[in-house]
Design a protein around this ligand. Structure first.
Ligand code: PLP
Length: 389
């Protein structure tokens, strides 16, 4: 038994950073297992019988999926941003809107990453409003990049203005300065078709003329932890040649899992069935309701009359800073103390759920435990685990 225990995620947050973000699809798990168990043609071109580059497979697939000229893969998106800045902007200036100086959590702050990469942050505009002329006025011969950062985990609303990627890309072309963006989650398909909150896609950002785009592998993409940079071939080649790339590169297991994940996008009509993260996010409420009924029966069976078990509508979230305000319709089993409000009974049961052989993690809200079914990977296993309650 390891201490990084397998847990049941009933928090209602599907891509939960503290619980390891996206679950790997069965296809990705198999590819990773094969890579772990034996040798793989990681940096070997089987057609030519000679050495090749470990990012080639991913680069070819992303070219096919997004139309990007090339791609580069590193450990995570934070590393991707660091690599872009260190490669092109060391000792130079990067222009960014004051409304996009984000902190993601875990000490990922854009100003700090800029400092680490040895570049100078040039803030333009104000917190709520930034105009094209603000960028234009800040450009000088020492400007390395114009940069956009997707405000994944917060929203600025009201009297606001920001410059969209297309306008910024045109300004960049006028001065021959690359325009880059940290897209955060980086969806590869339109999520609106599944009634999920809208998230910009990598393809649409490329069409808007951006030179480099970075995004995570384990957020909405639904694969292993990785940072992916797509864009202009000449720029990607420079990223590949930087010494930091060697420091930040991915191992064979991650690359195998990522390749298998991306391959699922070649068959978009099957994606919600095959890609676990999207499968969870798109489960119909009626299906969650049926699961909730089974869970309720099992809990009533295990708990004494001190507790009241019920099924209630709930609101789930994507997680990982994607779409912080959006809620996805869901269903939860709630557990409340039977006699008036007794918060200690609730916290005591919450602790018991966490102490199970495979811990059950829900959330406490309004003096009740909420077990949200939207984020649950395996009902059968959960029902088995609860035998020990
Ligand atoms: C999540 C996120 C990051 C960090 O990505 P990791 O893959 O966790 O390193 C960086 N920028 C934005 C905008 C994000 O949403």
């Amino acid at each position: 038994q390891v201490n990084i225990k397998s847990v049941h995620n009933l928090t209602g947050t599907v891509l939960h950073t503290n619980l390891g973000r996206a679950l790997w699809s069965p296809a990705a798990q198999q590819a990773a297992l094969d890579a772990m168990q034996g040798n793989v043609a990681l940096e070997y071109d089987l057609a030519a019988g000679e050495r090749s580059h470990r990012d080639n497979y991913i680069s070819d697939l992303l070219q096919q999926l997004t139309g990007a000229e090339a791609a580069c893969v590193v450990n995570n998106n934070a590393a991707a941003v660091l690599l872009m800045l260190a490669t092109f902007a060391q000792g130079k200036e990067v222009i960014i809107s004051r409304g996009e100086l984000i902190e993601i959590g875990g000490a990922f702050r854009i100003p700090d990453i800029m400092a680490q990469a040895g570049c100078e942050l040039v803030e333009v505009g104000t917190t709520n409003r930034t105009h094209l002329k603000d960028y234009r006025n800040a450009i000088n011969e020492n400007t390395a990049f114009l940069m956009k950062v997707h405000s994944s985990n917060y929203q600025i609303c009201g009297f606001t203005h920001s410059v969209d990627e297309q306008e910024l890309a045109e300004l960049g072309k006028e001065f021959s300065i690359p325009v880059i963006t940290d897209l955060g989650s980086g969806a590869l398909i339109d999520l609106k078709q599944f009634n999920l909150p809208e998230e910009p896609t990598v393809q649409e950002k490329l069409q808007q003329g951006l030179d480099l785009i970075s995004f995570s592998g384990d957020k909405l993409l639904g694969g292993p932890q990785a940072g992916i940079i797509v864009g202009k071939k000449a720029l990607i080649q420079q990223l590949q040649a930087h010494p930091l790339k060697r420091v930040l590169r991915c191992d064979k297991v991650t690359l195998a899992g990522l390749e298998a994940t991306l391959r699922l996008y070649l068959q978009p009509e099957k994606i919600t069935e095959k890609l676990t993260a999207l499968h969870l996010l798109t489960q119909p409420v009626a299906q969650l309701q049926a699961q909730a009924e089974q869970l309720k029966v099992r809990l009533e069976n295990r708990l004494n009359t001190d507790y009241l078990v019920a099924i209630e509508p709930s609101e789930a979230q994507v997680g990982s800073g994607s779409q912080p305000l959006a809620r996805i319709p869901s269903v939860a089993v709630t557990i409340a103390p039977a006699t008036e409000k007794m918060p200690t009974k609730t916290t005591a049961l919450f602790a018991r759920l966490l102490a199970l052989p495979q811990p059950v993690i829900g959330r406490i809200e309004r003096d009740k435990i909420w077990l949200d079914l939207r984020s649950l990977a395996n009902l059968e296993r959960l029902l088995n685990t609860l035998e020990a309650l």
